[in-house]
Design a protein around this ligand. Structure first.
Ligand code: HEC
Ligand code: HEC
Ligand code: HEC
Ligand code: HEC
Ligand code: HEC
Ligand code: HEC
Length: 363
């Protein structure tokens, strides 16, 4: 509420100053021009009056409130990650510069880093027409990390907007399955936070020989991320432009299920059977992650105190197992993004560690 009021005040005062600037810059009056032809009403190319967007009932007003409560707005990492190598995903300015330049080679570090905002994803205030709602990154995205030597392309409607940022970072050099021992030089080895797109497509680079990975994913929907994360919102706390999938309801952490109903029969509130199905999957994945973690600790690769890798030279398959662990942990859906694939990655990693002599304690 406080944020909302502050925002409206800011708009009013900036409107006032815009009028003042116009007034004070006025030069001598030129000859009166011909009246232009009248534009079609409702044509998307027609310039909109400010109040056609800035009014209390425009849906964008609610979207703005949802966004204000989101991690995109409040995460705080635009400041922390305001450096070369990070700004293209963590600041609005860096992302827009990447789009303008088509490359991340020479992106500047902004003086006043902005979090991910309306301006990051929409062409706000560019033409003052309805066209300003267009997305800034509408086309398909070729992911940074190849799969089996081939490019991986994400092309799923409006969620093309999300995946430049929500994809794996390359790991180079990378271990090769059954290959030479591998030296971990940096404790931060891994795909970074948010390898979501690669996992949803079931094309991550660290697969370990073992059970075959599934090649289809029921959750790789035609609209991708927006199917679930931008589904019918719960207030300002989840879905819509907040994009979270959990919210607090009177002290109880509650899942937002509005994106699931197009495929799942979820019954009526409190949706017990469906919630149990989700919990079962997530607990299964958590247990596999815990088993693998204990093996990685025993192998001296994982430092549980820092949550990072340990540097040193290890068997290639053990490093791959760590990278699978790290990818699935950073994805944070606990299996939901690609249930079958994620479970097989974990099972094969656990088997590989067992083969190397690190059995799961107590199993
Ligand atoms: C196509 C819709 C649209 C039109 C037309 C439009 N705006 Fe905006 N405006 C926005 C959006 C979206 C935001 C960002 C709102 C937010 O951050 O919640 C915004 C933000 C603002 C802000 C807040 C400061 C800022 O940049 O965040 C001001 C001031 C503003 N607009 C003034 C105007 C004025 C003056 C006009 C008319 C000349 C206008 N707008 C026309 C959509 C529009
Ligand atoms: C992280 C990216 C992102 C941010 C930030 C974002 N949007 Fe959106 N917005 C989207 C996507 C993607 C869609 C399309 C969703 C769909 O297909 O269901 C959308 C749809 C919309 C629409 C409907 C557009 C239409 O053509 O009908 C409006 C209006 C809108 N957003 C306003 C805003 C405002 C206002 C803000 C800032 C408060 C904002 N958005 C911030 C990604 C974003
Ligand atoms: C310009 C890069 C960028 C784009 C585009 C983007 N995101 Fe994000 N997203 C981020 C960053 C960075 C964070 C973490 C923000 C922080 O911590 O400051 C984040 C956070 C999130 C979170 C919250 C995670 C949590 O910790 O709770 C979700 C969910 C999310 N994004 C989904 C989406 C979806 C869906 C889209 C497309 C509609 C999208 N994002 C587009 C960069 C982006
Ligand atoms: C390819 C895009 C991308 C790049 C480049 C990137 N990040 Fe991120 N980062 C993200 C996304 C997306 C998230 C949000 C993931 C989530 O919340 O699940 C994130 C989250 C984070 C977080 C929050 C982690 C947490 O657990 O809360 C930190 C800190 C961070 N990044 C730092 C950095 C730094 C420092 C760099 C540069 C060395 C960097 N990032 C480069 C996309 C990127
Ligand atoms: C089939 C539905 C679905 C699709 C499609 C989907 N997600 Fe998720 N996502 C989830 C669920 C469910 C969770 C777990 C929420 C929880 O348990 O907290 C999740 C978790 C996340 C998280 C961790 C933070 C959080 O909010 O819990 C991020 C970030 C995220 N998803 C981003 C994305 C991105 C980016 C895409 C597209 C590349 C995407 N998701 C596609 C359902 C989906
Ligand atoms: C595009 C259709 C579609 C959407 C949207 C969708 N699902 Fe699914 N989901 C499926 C199908 C098909 C299966 C496989 C059959 C089954 O288990 O019901 C599945 C399986 C599951 C499973 C069991 C996975 C396993 O292997 O244990 C869970 C849990 C689940 N979905 C949760 C969700 C949640 C939560 C959402 C919304 C955030 C969601 N789904 C959205 C189609 C969908």
């Amino acid at each position: 509420m406080r944020i909302h009021m502050k925002r409206s005040l800011k708009i009013v005062s900036l409107l006032a100053s815009a009028v003042m600037v116009l007034a004070s810059c006025e030069g001598p009056m030129g000859p009166v021009g011909d009246n232009g032809p009248q534009g079609d009403k409702g044509d998307p190319g027609t310039t909109l009056a400010c109040a056609e967007c800035h009014n209390s009932t425009n849906p964008a007003t609610a979207f703005s409130a949802q966004w204000s409560a989101s991690m995109h707005a409040t995460g705080g990492n635009a400041a922390y990650a305001n450096r070369t190598g990070c700004v293209q995903c963590h600041t609005s300015q860096g992302f827009l510069e990447y789009i303008a330049e088509g490359s991340t080679a020479a992106i500047s570090v902004p003086d006043n880093p902005m979090q991910i905002t309306c301006y990051t994803c929409h062409k706000i205030h560019q033409t003052y027409t309805a066209g300003d709602w267009a997305l800034t990154k509408p086309g398909a995205q070729t992911l940074d990390v190849k799969y089996a030597g081939a490019d991986v392309v994400w092309d799923k409607g409006t969620s093309n907007q999300c995946v430049f940022c929500h994809q794996s970072r390359p790991v180079s050099p990378a271990p090769v399955a059954n290959g030479d021992d591998f030296a971990i030089a940096s404790s931060r080895i891994g795909p970074h936070h948010g390898p979501n797109a690669n996992l949803i497509l079931g094309k991550t680079p660290f697969e370990i020989p073992g059970a075959a990975v599934p090649t289809t994913n029921p959750h790789s929907t035609a609209k991708g991320c927006v199917t679930c994360h931008m589904s019918v919102p719960y207030g300002y706390q989840a879905g819509g432009h907040n994009m979270a999938l959990k919210y607090d309801s009177h002290g109880t952490e509650t899942r937002l299920l509005t994106g699931c109903t197009q495929c799942h029969e979820i019954g009526t509130s409190p949706y017990t059977a469906f919630n149990n199905k989700i919990t079962e999957l997530q607990e299964d994945v958590e247990e596999k992650l815990a088993d693998l973690e204990s093996q990685l600790i025993a192998a001296g690769i994982y430092n549980a105190a820092t949550g990072l890798a340990k540097t040193g030279t290890f068997k290639a398959n053990a490093v791959l197992a760590y990278l699978n662990y790290n990818t699935i942990k950073e994805d944070r859906s606990l299996g939901l993004h690609n249930p079958g694939y994620i479970k097989v990655l974990l099972d094969n990693s656990i088997s590989a560690m067992t083969t190397l002599g690190y059995s799961v304690p107590g199993k």
